[in-house]
Design a protein. Sequence first.
Lengths: 304, 316
Amino acid sequence: MTTAGKKVRTGRRQDVVFPIVNTVILVLLMFITLYPVINTVAYSFNDGTDALRGNIGLLPRVFSVKSYESILTDTAVYQAAWISVSKTIITTLLNLFWTGMLAFTLSRKEYVLRRFITTVMVLTMYVNAGLIPNYLLISRTLGLSKSYWVYIIPTMFSCFNMIVIRTYITGLPDALVESARIDGAGDFRVYWQIIFPLCTPVLATVALFVAVGSWNSWFDTHLYCGGQKNLHTLQYLLKMKLATTQASANAAKTTADAMKSTTQTTPITIRCAITVISTVPILVVYPFLQKYFVTGMALGSVKG
Amino acid sequence: MTVNRAKTGAKKGGIGHFFRILGGQWQLMLMSIPMLAYVILFNYVPMWGWITAFQDYKPKLGVSGSAWVGLKNFQWLFGRADFINSIRNTLAMSVINLVFGTVSSILLAVLLNEVRVRGFKRTVQTVTYLPHFLSMVIVVGMAQNIFSSSGAVNQLLLSLGLVKEPVFFLGEGRYFWWLVGVINVWKEVGWNTIIYISAMTAIDPSLYEAAVIDGAGRFNRIMHVTLPGIKSTFVILLIMNIGHLMEAGFEIQYLLGSAVVMDWSQTIDVFVLQYGISKQQYGVATAAGMFKSIVAIILLVAANSVAKRLDEDTLI
């Protein structure tokens, strides 16, 4: 009797204390997550020379929009933005087109090549030739370096995404395909007219994954197009700015005063402003797709 | 019609039937074979490049013209302190990532699972997913601001009186592994909860009700219902991650590292890049990459066989 009463009481106390502690922890976590982001925004709106003193928190110390002005008058930024946007759109569309069709064929149990193709595809998730052989293939054998196509052609397919879509299609009722086949529809029509429209949620997920991956990539530029200024992407501009701020940060350690003689807007505020501009598109899109990619991730991880 | 033909064909067997079915499935083949060819070209053909690991490869001479050197590239690699260092760094950072990543995401998933206000839960999720979508270039840029000598972390440590002088997190090698671990947690903790939370929603609610009737408080419900409920997911992910121990990441080390901290920051991938692309020693770099791939395959096969054995008793 007494022990049972005690148990209920500790249970109740936990039910009161726990939610409070939990809320505090989660709010703190959100703060830690957002702090660097807001800090970057604060830097981007700060005066360049003043920003060299560091120690800027959640608000700009000396407000200025100079960094944005200098970016928005820089043709290199426009060119990079154009490359980033166009390659992201093309890569995403091609991925959806090919990956979706492949996933459909591999979801059809009667397809005789299903096992073979599935094995070939899944193995690529585990075995990789490595950086140098891939580099030699793309740059020497295929001659894609210093070309726009290096952003498109090597990134047209991802096995993980294919498995996500295939798992989704497998979950659709078989009768859909069968009845359409009995009505005389070919596989193309079955896919494009019946399966494809039903796959919108999963295709939205995959589109998000591919688009974010393409938008965020910088290493392909670094490896294949570093010397081609007209093929630089936003992320690669950021990467170059990162290298220069790194160098100036090392210099500042020894001669902080020497930095004051540099130009009005220094790389750090410019870098933060480009960061903000290149992040806004993602920030606008992903919360709306949250419901989709959460299920998409669960589908892919279980079967992957 | 083809469906029926395929079914009867499969029963009868025979090579003629096989080709007749294949003919009936030409549309499926047209939809899948281009990608098969693509994957073979981009994922399997480069494996021929492994031959260069046994050569003193000169791009001008090609594979057929370059001199064969046997295992000399591998011997050279293992005689180098910086290669041994990069193996150590790769393993150290991936173990730190694995432990930090797993513990933090399970902890967060448990906390989120206890939130009863749906709007709040969704807000926390949306916010913590955000860093996953940021590129590593951006994340490293932020980390440089936050961890610099005048950055937020040093300000906090100084104001709490934990340190007297600002700590040079970015300038001293011994902090590097932990910095990478912390940054990766910041970036991925929210995202990694997705799979655990979906495992938690599959737990039978009656288990919680029964626990409440037995007088279990929140803590006991977490310990005895929630955590056992995600055990199989945990084991599967752990095994998969052990298979990826050679993947400590590449971007973060490459971007965050500098000459000062190179002894701690250089992973095998960065080593390959340095020697292969910057110094054009293709043979050596390919050998290093091949070593990494082979160890990764061994780890994977081992992890998979452990997984299969566990599947019979533990995972159910």
